[in-house]
Design a binder for this molecule. Structure first.
Ligand SMILES: *[C@@H]1O[C@H](CO)[C@@H](O)[C@H](O)[C@H]1NC(C)=O
Ligand SMILES: *[C@@H]1O[C@H](CO)[C@@H](O)[C@H](O)[C@H]1NC(C)=O
Ligand SMILES: *[C@@H]1O[C@H](CO)[C@@H](O)[C@H](O)[C@H]1NC(C)=O
Ligand SMILES: *[C@@H]1O[C@H](CO)[C@@H](O)[C@H](O)[C@H]1NC(C)=O
Length: 793
């Protein structure tokens, strides 16, 4: 067999170099070329070698091979496409060939055709793998007559379009990303028993979900900068947004789709975006009768009276431990409450404005009813026959009640794990399968951010027991327990608009006003003083707003202002924050009226370090890589001990999704603190915060608004640039630091001031030369010797 090979430097058609036994793969092939598999050979490579195409072992069964395209330089050789036959071929003797008719054919060892491109353009047809990862077949006139990009499997590559007739399907085959008839990009669970849509939230309409039904082009694509944009208004921006990074969007095993970026130094993938924000929204995750919850990581449990169908496999769900029979009397049944639980869909009946008792009665009267969900606001009652898509979500405004024979219910309540009888190995099983979802250790970290949810979860177990109390002792909850519940849950919760109107005395006392809205002082029912922020211009879908806010609510760091809760009612969007005693840094730094105490040097250093720590936490430790985008003295609050607390973080995300309709660039950030890349419309990353921090640092040292005072942008730029030059010369010459705030009358720590100026200046460099916040913290901590210079305090 003569193989035809085109060397890189002679990729001119029809110039063949005969090669009998070369193992190196081709870039372009012409007709009558074939490759026989012998344990995974490479057939074609792209000119830049980023993609390879050939036989790929399915992994589980070592003799099962698929004709696939994969990332050559990814450690796990991530497959992006495979010939969609569903049938693997034998590892010995199977063959891929471009026949003399111009048909690309995959044949098994016995000669049977497993897959073919169904092209037939004759002798001068060629096939090549392009730099984009697209496998193309060209007719003799060089026209592309077939391309793998038209037949996506589970992955979308940059420049590959998802269109009306294409869909991404998860490897299990159950989860599908596609454009629906109403032009909305959706996720569908298409399981063995049921079919249901779970993203965007089926509880809201397209508009409430921030989508439009009116653009019928049905196109979604991932561009080279990491923006995944769909014609229905959905937009996902890579956390590492910018050019030069290899990315993909993959419909994963677990039913979520994610954006991944390749780290070229390690060859590992990093998740830089995900479709469904709360994993429990994904349908089919915990199987029939299963319940999804966070405690602390994602896990599946069975409702009381149910047990795992297959202890090894959650997708098989749970089965009742009792026999379901219609011969039983109504009196034989009772209910166990699953607080904030629900099984989405498959309602037997739904009624409005009825009492809890009536709702329970409807379920008792129906033999088919296996549980009901009751939302007391509105008296909504949903009875369920089949229990699918179960989840416990701390803010779900209703509860589910499982119908059980009395003896099963009491046994379940008496057992050591009341209520949610779950598989003792539940966590392990789930974590093991998370591994299977190709999650790398970076992503596992997010699990820890559900610790807050654990607290709630623990309380809820208590509450399930009290649910029993509810039903048998009728509203006789001990007061102490009620208070305890309230206390712990109030760490982060949903408020009603009425509550916040009352707390703030109808928004009487305004504390301040920022780009995202005004802030008011309020006092909650438990006498806790809070700051209530009324957001304006949040045009985000309800579900996404909840999810985002919940994520911000989980962020907890001493140098960040804590969020206690939120309110989302009608068009009202409010956030409830911890109240910080002293005012913002600008009031102390730039106030010359003498009404405020001058900040001492040691306080300034502490504020600089605290602010750096808060930002480093946001950038490097957080569940999601949070960029603040509006760092300035006005957003640095000071508590009683003059410890810095950064306000307003996470809000840039709340408006991001909408960036197609208004200019994000001008929404966030404040002139003078904004990095130049904002104006240049470059993608924004954490380095914008580093820039702003640098300006703040120089202001802390000098006590002057180095950022402002001048009206036009250009002059302002020049001014800051000139100032930076002055500082640089001063640092280089080793001269006295006479730019340090002269109100300190020379009472400052020279080494600290020098370090702060140096860091401040480096933060204003061009983007790639700026340090990271982590690095800044390390550099500052070296000079943190609080006790050794008492004379400066
Ligand atoms: C070839 O083998 C496959 C299984 O490996 C089988 O399904 C197919 O029927 C066989 N075809 C012929 C022509 O023997
Ligand atoms: C519809 O979506 C496409 C693709 O995103 C876009 O180019 C086009 O401008 C949109 N049309 C309208 C009327 O918004
Ligand atoms: C779990 O069950 C599902 C459906 O019943 C099946 O498709 C899947 O292969 C099973 N997974 C494992 C690891 O056994
Ligand atoms: C609940 O709604 C059904 C119709 O869906 C109605 O027949 C039934 O009377 C209602 N039950 C109550 C208690 O209102």
């Amino acid at each position: 067999m003569a193989k035809l090979l085109y060397p890189v430097f002679l990729s001119v058609l029809f110039v063949h170099v005969l090669s009998c036994c070369s193992a190196s793969p081709w870039q372009t092939i012409s007709t009558s070329t074939s490759l026989q598999v012998d344990h995974g050979e490479t057939f074609l490579v792209s000119p830049d070698t980023a993609f390879s195409c050939g036989f790929y072992s399915s992994g589980k069964d070592t003799n099962a091979y698929y004709f696939s395209i994969w990332f050559t330089h990814a450690t796990d050789r991530t497959v992006v496409w495979r010939a969609d036959s569903g049938i693997p071929v034998n590892g010995h003797g199977s063959k891929i060939s471009l026949s003399h008719e111009g048909n690309l054919v995959l044949a098994d060892v016995n000669g049977s055709t497993v897959w073919e491109s169904k092209t037939g353009w004759g002798k001068h047809t060629t096939a090549a793998l392009l730099n984009s990862g697209n496998l193309v077949i060209r007719a003799p006139d060089n026209r592309i007559v077939w391309q793998s990009f038209d037949w996506p499997t589970d992955t979308l590559l940059p420049s590959q379009r998802l269109t009306r007739e294409k869909r991404l399907v998860s490897p299990s085959g159950y989860h599908v990303l596609y454009f629906d008839n109403d032009n909305v990009l959706r996720l569908l669970y298409n399981g063995p028993d049921i079919t249901s849509i779970y993203w965007p939230s089926p509880d809201y309409n397209a508009l409430q979900n921030g989508r439009t039904r009116f653009n019928s082009s049905k196109i979604a694509d991932l561009d080279d900068e990491g923006n995944f944009i769909s014609s229905d208004g959905f937009k996902m921006v890579a956390l590492d947004s910018g050019f030069g990074i290899r990315r993909r969007i993959t419909m994963d095993y677990d039913g979520n789709f994610r954006m991944y970026s390749l780290d070229p130094s390690t060859g590992n993938w990093k998740v830089t975006g995900q479709g469904v924000i709360e994993m429990c929204y994904v349908h089919g995750l915990c199987g029939k009768n299963g319940i999804c919850e966070y405690s602390p990581g994602l896990r599946c449990t069975c409702p009381p009276g149910y047990e795992m169908t297959d202890p090894e496999n959650w997708s098989k769900g749970c089965k009742p431990t009792f026999s379901v029979s219609c011969s039983k009397q109504r009196e034989d049944f009772t209910f166990i409450q699953i607080p904030h639980g629900d099984f989405y869909g498959f309602d037997l009946s739904s009624n409005k404005s009825i009492s809890f008792q009536q709702c329970m009665q409807i379920c008792l009267d129906s033999c088919a009813c296996s549980s009901f969900t009751y939302k007391s606001g509105g008296g909504l009652c949903y009875t369920k026959e089949q229990l699918y898509n179960g989840q416990v979500y701390p803010y779900f405004p209703g509860d589910n009640y499982i119908k059980l024979p009395k003896n099963v219910a009491s046994a379940s309540l008496a057992s050591k794990q009341p209520g949610l009888t779950c598989n003792p190995n539940g966590d392990k099983v789930m974590l093991a399968s998370i591994d299977a979802y190709r999650m790398n250790p970076d992503n596992i970290r997010w699990v820890y951010f559900y610790i807050f949810a654990t607290i709630v979860g623990a309380v809820e177990l208590v509450f399930i027991m009290t649910g029993w109390y509810f039903l048998f002792k009728m509203h006789n909850i001990p007061k102490s327990m009620e208070a305890g519940y309230k206390m712990i849950i109030s760490q982060f919760r949903r408020f009603t608009y009425r509550e916040l109107v009352d707390a703030t005395g109808k928004f009487k006392e305004e504390l301040g006003k920022g780009g995202s809205g005004a802030v008011y002082r309020g006092i909650l029912g438990d006498k806790k003083v809070v700051a209530v922020k009324k957001l304006k211009d949040v045009r985000q879908g309800e579900e996404e707003f909840w999810a985002e806010v919940t994520l911000i609510g989980r962020i907890n760091h001493i140098n960040l202002v804590r969020m206690w809760g939120f309110c989302s009612e009608g068009h009202h969007r409010l956030l409830v924050y911890e109240y910080v005693e002293n005012e913002s840094l600008d009031k102390y730094l730039f106030d010359d009226s003498g009404t405020r105490r001058l900040l001492s040097w040691s306080q300034r250093f502490k504020i600089a370090l605290g602010t750096a720590r808060g930002l480093a936490y946001l950038h490097h430790e957080c569940l999601e890589w949070v960029v603040h985008c509006d760092v300035k003295p006005e957003n640095i609050l000071l508590n009683r001990d003059f410890e810095a607390k950064i306000a307003d973080f996470g809000l840039s995300k709340l408006s991001k999704r909408d960036s197609t309709t208004f200019n994000f660039t001008h929404m966030r950030g404040t002139m003078g603190y904004m990095a130049p890349e904002w104006a240049l419309n470059l993608p924004v990353n954490a380095k914008v915060d580093v820039y702003s921090y640098g300006v703040v640092l120089l202001e802390i040292v000098t006590g002057n608004r180095v950022s402002g005072g001048i009206t036009t942008d250009e002059e302002e730029d020049i001014d800051l640039t000139q100032f930076v030059q002055v500082v640089k010369q001063m640092l280089a010459s080793g001269a006295d630091l006479d730019i340090v705030d002269n109100r300190l009358k020379g009472h400052f720590n020279f080494d600290q001031a020098k370090a702060m100026l140096k860091i401040g200046v480096s933060c204003l460099e061009e983007r790639s030369k700026r340090p990271t916040m982590d690095q800044i913290v390390k550099d500052l901590v070296v000079y943190d010797d609080e006790d050794s210079h008492p004379e400066y305090i």
